[in-house]
Design a protein around this ligand. Structure first.
Ligand SMILES: [Zn+2]
Ligand SMILES: [Zn+2]
Length: 64
C-alpha cells in the first residue's frame, strides 16, 4: 500500500515521497502553506502539522 498525499489526497509513490510531519507528501505538494514556496526536508518548518518556509511560523506564532 502506498500512502496518500497530505495535500492532494492522491497516492504517493516511493520515488516522489516526502515523509515529514508524520505525513506523506508528493515532492511537488510539499510547499509552504502561505507563500507556496517549494520546500524540502532540510528547509521546512513544521507548524500544526503543516509545512511552512522559514519566514511564516514565527509570524503566525507571534500573532496569537
Ligand atoms: Zn500531492
Ligand atoms: Zn512561505
Amino acid at each position: 500500500m502506498n500512502p496518500q498525499c497530505a495535500r492532494c489526497g492522491k497516492v504517493v509513490y516511493p520515488t516522489e515521497k516526502v515523509n515529514c510531519l508524520d505525513k506523506y507528501w508528493h515532492k511537488g505538494c510539499f510547499h509552504c502553506e502561505v507563500c507556496k514556496m517549494a520546500l524540502n526536508m532540510n528547509n521546512y518548518k513544521g507548524y500544526e502539522k503543516k509545512p511552512y518556509c522559514n519566514y511564516y511560523p514565527k509570524r503566525l506564532i507571534s500573532s496569537v
